[in-house]
Design a protein. Structure first.
Length: 803
RNA sequence: GCCGUUGUGGCGGAAUUGGCAGACGCGCUGGACUCAAAAUCCAGUGGUGGCAACACCGUGUGGGUUCGACUCCCACCGACGGCACCA
């Protein structure tokens, strides 16, 4: 009887469902393990083969931990708000909710066919009002704490369609959909003050078990830098310019100053004869896209304002320029330029023939800027000091003069939290005609997204919600009229706290019960793609810290261990895409080979974290191996083979215990590919053995169960055990079975292998050396040579050094 | 340019603390079974030379440390991901 994957997989999926095998309880007597996947956006395309990779990894860990006595929380849900549904709805005249719910059903069905051990009772959906009630609640708390505010921010604006576009909708400066040229436009936006958490977001990374690359990306994104604020008076004026510098020690080398073209003081200090040049320059700048201002333009441009600043340290007058290489959004939008020791200032100074004064010894600043360390020169009281001493000395001096102070800056900016979209969580705010703004009262949450079949752009830059007058307009008891906020939240909102809701998904009173949170948090394993390295993970960490400060959650960080699965590439080693015609559909694989084969193959392809190309031959190889496992134990009539019995010839003793050890350790470390290869070795050995001891066979089936659960359940029952295998205690290995009395040692001459011998495990050094010298081939290489040295390690090797 | 990851047979990939490079799988070759084929089972398979024993070469490139280097150090090259004038 052959291995019939379809029958077996359906049978066990039904069994798990009916028996609620994977329903999680809050049994706090057991240690807990919380394994979570990044929940998917349920797109119309359905699952691709990349999804099952990460899902299988967390599923293996979940099943492995269950067998090791852990109480496992392994949930799944849907990140179901998002742009594609809205675009599709606009095109077809449907409501995004209906379309999304069909997609969710399709995704759920596909995911269930993979045999993943989720607790489906905890399924969540970010578009469910019972869920987004709490997303709105968190927003209200942020607002109450002063961490949510309104501000005019620049957005991508399609002037013909009159809609706001997301960055990813803008391709080469044009709208992806309409092809219209996109402009920058200031619009009122809701903004979250993530910068208030910048220090903690950097510092707390240190304790997380995350890939170093991701931590580095977050550190860089936050971009904390330490330096000084320095105040420069403007000559012949009462104005002051504050600059930010990381090199206050080079203050004696400052030879000019630069303001960002948008800097507020520009108009106030510019002289009459420069005003025309300035406005011309600004016109050119505003026509440039961000890309042109950064990437494409390495050539420095700028205009003199006609004004001078006074260097607080020596009273020198410094010309004040405007230039777009100084960014309005970073620091104070103003710098002191030290061309001798900064690449950008050097380039600018050369172009406009500004003075270049060296203040640090080393390098030749007539040729290139010197940015290294060195002793200070031409710097009065700083002369002879090294960089860090000079920095501290200067800051101390500035503080006594009240001309500056130490200052920390961040690259991180506040988070633009609103979207001019329909398909998102409504922001629970009302703008009243008397000019006040209030939150929707907590007891009225959730503020429901009104049902709409015809989504049309409002034309004003507001979301389609602005068209829905019934919902939009509201009158207070005292007759004051109000208008609801038409902005909705970004897709990041619902995903910033979903890991909390899985813990207590139906709680109507709060996000989740604190005792349950105390038991389950943090997430022990979080697996997903590296494309979320910064934004999602940073936003989730920010919200979590905020909730921690509120006392809602008991931990400072949400995700203790993070793993990024690699991408599955097409068989041509390129990223899978429709246009390249290299897309593999997991449904086809499940039908033709089975979910277990897909799971084994995806885990066997290579390390979880690396990119790997799909291979048609590879998948058949994995299937072949599962067939081989089946045939080892089950004969043509569907009976357990006679060789499987309580008789143990001893052939498999060593390999069995080795396999238990290796598989256990590999699973613990998520080295699934080598765990599978060890199981293959075991099966190869078993095929050569006459006797198949029943306890070894059941032990093997247990090792296989996390990876190929349907097949393992089936074999487990056929071998005479009671269903199900999921909570049966993991097999143990016997250390004593792993060591042999004899061991093969190698003989080297000058580090090259020249012979081998099998000797007693505890053979002493001298006997090993003697044996080595007797070896024929070794003699060929040491004959007539002087032995300089002999290295011997018992149980391993002898190395004879001749010369 | 900067930060991070990575480079091993025809292919995917193995190799605790430096100690037999290439486990396992794919592919390929041969054998068994079969009228034949498929499937299956068994064996072989880094390159060069040799009937063989065995020798030489071999982990991106060039140096170095060491009795011994895929592994450690220095310099360089290529691929992938991220950031991009952040003062």
């Amino acid at each position: 009887m052959p291995y019939e994957h379809q029958k077996i997989e359906q049978k066990w999926q039904k069994y798990w469902d009916e028996n609620q095998t994977f329903a999680t309880t809050d049994d706090t007597s057991k240690p807990k393990y919380y394994a979570m996947d990044m929940f998917p956006y349920p797109s119309g395309q359905g699952l691709h083969v990349g999804h099952p990779e990460g899902y299988t990894a967390t599923d293996i860990m979940s099943r492995f931990k269950r067998a090791n006595g852990f109480n496992v929380l392994h949930p799944m849900g849907w990140d179901a708000f998002g742009l594609p549904a809205e675009q599709y709805a606009m095109k077809t005249g449907h409501n995004p909710a209906d379309f999304t719910s069909q997609n969710v059903d399709h995704f759920r069905e596909q995911i269930k066919s993979l045999g993943l051990s989720y607790d489906w009772n905890r399924e969540i959906n970010t578009t469910d009002p019972a869920y987004y009630k709490w997303t709105q609640w968190i927003f209200e708390k942020l607002y109450e704490k002063g961490l949510a505010y309104e501000s005019n921010m620049m957005v991508n604006w399609d002037p013909i369609d009159r809609v706001v576009l997301a960055n990813e909708e803008v391709i080469d400066g044009k709208s992806e959909r309409s092809g219209n040229k996109v402009e920058r436009k200031a619009l009122r936006q809701w903004v979250l003050k993530i910068t208030a958490y910048a220090d903690r977001l950097v510092d707390d990374l240190d304790d997380l078990d995350w890939p170093e690359a991701i931590k580095e990306q977050q550190r860089h994104w936050i971009g904390r830098s330490k330096g000084a604020a320095v105040f420069f008076n403007v000559a012949d004026s009462n104005k002051k310019i504050e600059v930010y510098t990381t090199r206050p020690d080079t203050l004696f080398g400052a030879s000019y100053m630069v303001l960002a073209p948008e800097h507020q003081l520009v108009d106030e200090i510019a002289t009459e004869q420069q005003k025309q040049a300035i406005s011309d320059y600004r016109a050119i700048i505003s026509a440039k896209t961000d890309l042109e201002r950064t990437d494409l333009n390495k050539d420095k441009t700028g205009v003199f304002t006609g004004a001078y600043g006074v260097n607080p340290i020596n009273g020198e007058k410094l010309p004040i320029w405007i230039a777009d290489y100084v960014l309005a959004s970073y620091g104070t939008g103003a710098i002191m330029a030290v061309p001798a020791h900064d690449d950008r200032d050097f380039e600018f100074a050369q172009k406009f023939a500004l003075e270049i004064k060296p203040v640090i010894a080393g390098g030749d600043v007539t040729k290139e800027p010197y940015t290294g360390d060195g002793l200070h020169i031409n710097s009065d009281f700083l002369d002879g000091l090294d960089k860090s001493t000079a920095i501290n000395t200067t800051i101390a001096w500035l503080e006594t003069q009240e001309s500056g102070h130490a200052q920390t800056n961040f690259r991180l900016r506040d988070w633009i939290f609103s979207r001019q979209r329909y398909w998102g969580e409504p922001i629970p705010v009302i703008h009243w005609e008397d000019g006040t703004t209030t939150l929707v009262p907590e007891k009225e949450l959730p503020l429901l997204l009104p049902h709409a079949t015809e989504l049309r752009p409002s034309g004003s830059g507001e979301s389609p919600l602005a068209n829905l007058t019934d919902w939009l307009e509201i009158t207070r008891e005292d007759g004051v009229k109000g208008r609801r906020e038409t902005n909705t939240m970004p897709q990041w909102a619902g995903s910033s706290w979903y890991f909390l809701r899985y813990i207590d998904p139906r709680n109507a009173e709060k996000i989740a019960d604190l005792d349950k949170l105390k038991y389950w948090m943090n997430v022990d394993l979080y697996v997903g793609g590296a494309e979320h390295a910064v934004l999602h993970l940073l936003y989730a960490r920010f919200w979590h810290k905020f909730l921690y400060d509120l006392g809602v959650v008991p931990t400072k960080e949400p995700f203790q261990k993070l793993v990024n699965q690699g991408m599955i590439l097409g068989s041509n080693h390129e990223k899978m895409s429709k246009s390249k015609g290299n897309v593999v559909n997991p449904d086809d694989i499940v039908t033709a080979f089975g979910a277990d084969t897909l799971r084994v193959y995806e885990m066997f392809m290579g390390p979880l974290t690396q990119n790997k190309p799909w291979s048609e031959e590879g998948i058949t190889g994995s299937r072949r191996w599962l067939d081989r496992v089946w045939r080892l134990l089950i004969d043509d009539e569907g009976q357990v083979r006679e060789a499987v019995s309580t008789y143990n010839s001893g052939d498999l003793d060593k390999i069995y215990h080795q396999t238990v050890k290796k598989v256990t350790e590999d699973l613990e470390n998520m080295h699934f590919n080598t765990a599978i290869s060890q199981m293959m070795v075991f099966i190869n050995e078993a095929y050569k053995s006459e006797a198949l001891p029943i306890n070894y066979m059941t032990g093997f089936v247990q090792l296989l169960a996390p990876i190929a659960p349907h097949l393992a359940e089936e074999l487990w029952v056929r071998l005479g055990n009671k269903a199900s295998i999921s909570y049966v205690t993991w097999p143990q290995y016997d250390q004593a079975q792993l060591v042999d009395d004899t061991v093969e040692i190698i003989f080297q001459v000058n580090g090259k292998v020249r012979g081998k011998a099998t000797v007693a495990r505890d053979l002493d050094k001298d006997s090993m050396i003697a044996a080595a010298k007797l070896d024929d081939n070794v003699q060929n290489f040491i004959a007539e040579k002087t032995i300089r040295k002999v290295i011997a390690i018992p149980g391993k090797f002898v190395n004879i050094v001749v010369g």
